[in-house]
Design a protein. Structure first.
Length: 326
């Protein structure tokens, strides 16, 4: 997958940088990756909070480490892609903390001629002390522009695969997503993980899921894809792009939607058949769509078996979400 890569790097006192699962040799002010591994520090927990807004997204990550070996003091870095590489957007407002204290960082370029194609551009580097047999907390926060393959297909991505450099598997990753945007989340992807049934809504805009005992590949990323499925004006605009009159809606697709979005999705089936809505908000939404044509002879019998099954599936999901938020 083409991703916007975000992760941690580790620099030894002899100017060798460990990029979680990779060293970066610092020569002439440029970081050059190698393939060694060295650290007694374990990443016990990684909590990733993603807030989605119109025009940008914000990521805050809290890390909990435990050092089972000798005390270490070494710079820790944060690499990122060039803007536009693999559909990534610009990073800005970057802030980092060590044990709750905001700390300074420096920027180092990464050698583009490395044998492995990564698209990495620079790393933000800070110095961290990991006391022996103690826990250390670090934190990063930043904003980023969405990556996109098309104007209507937005992508927010976070690299967690660089956690392979630690002394053992990543103990736990908590993903918390808040959708404050007008877009819909239509995909949450993490290699090797199936989130069906594991999405827990905390409030009307925020859900979370937890994954444990992770041993990722170097480039593994959490990817959130967004779109405005019923408001796209492109060549595959609704209703041409609406397939759920013929196929079953995946449960995860529904689990990622807010309650207001589930309601709208359910009523879209009726709008396709020209149903005359009674709710003011639905009248306002559908009346401005060119494809919407009133059919005063509509009855439920005009719905296909698949449409009725999908409507029932959405209703069940809506009821479950309301119950969870009580």
């Amino acid at each position: 997958m083409k991703k916007f890569m975000l992760g941690f790097l580790f620099l030894s006192l002899c100017a060798v940088l460990l990029a979680n699962d990779t060293y970066f040799v610092l020569a002439g002010g440029t970081l050059t990756p190698t393939t060694a591994s060295m650290t007694g520090v374990e990443m016990e927990r990684e909590e990733i909070a993603v807030a989605l807004y119109d025009g940008y997204y914000e990521i805050t990550v809290d890390f909990s480490f435990y050092n089972r070996g000798a005390a270490l003091t070494m710079p820790v870095g944060f690499p990122f892609f060039k803007q536009g590489t693999h559909g990534s957007g610009k990073i800005y407002d970057f802030v980092t903390w060590i044990n709750g204290e905001k700390t300074d960082y420096a920027s180092h370029p990464i050698d583009e001629q490395w044998e492995r194609e990564t698209g990495l551009s620079y790393a933000y580097v800070k110095t961290v002390t990991f006391p022996s047999h103690q826990r250390t907390a670090t934190k990063v926060s930043y904003k980023a522009a969405y990556g996109a393959e098309a104007p209507s297909n937005l992508r927010a991505v976070y690299l967690y695969g660089s956690g392979t450099s630690w002394a053992s598997r990543i103990g736990e990753i908590v993903i918390r997503v808040s959708n404050y945007s007008s877009s819909w989340i239509y995909s949450l992807a993490m290699p090797g993980e199936n989130f069906d049934g594991a999405i827990q809504w905390q409030d009307g805009s925020t859900f979370m899921t937890t994954v444990k005992n992770i041993e990722p590949e170097y480039t593994d990323c959490i990817e959130i894809q967004l779109c405005r499925p019923f408001f796209d004006t492109g060549p595959k605009a609704f209703p041409r792009s609406f397939y759920y009159d013929e196929i079953e809606i995946p449960q995860l697709t529904l689990d990622l939607l807010r309650e207001d979005q589930l309601r709208l999705l359910r009523n879209w089936f009726y709008a396709l058949h020209g149903y005359r809505f009674k709710s003011t908000d639905l009248i306002n939404i559908f009346s401005r769509e060119k494809w919407y044509s009133l059919n005063d002879t509509f009855t439920e019998s005009q719905l296909s078996d698949m449409e009725r099954a999908n409507i029932e599936k959405i209703l069940i999901t809506e009821r479950a979400l309301r119950g969870a938020l009580k």
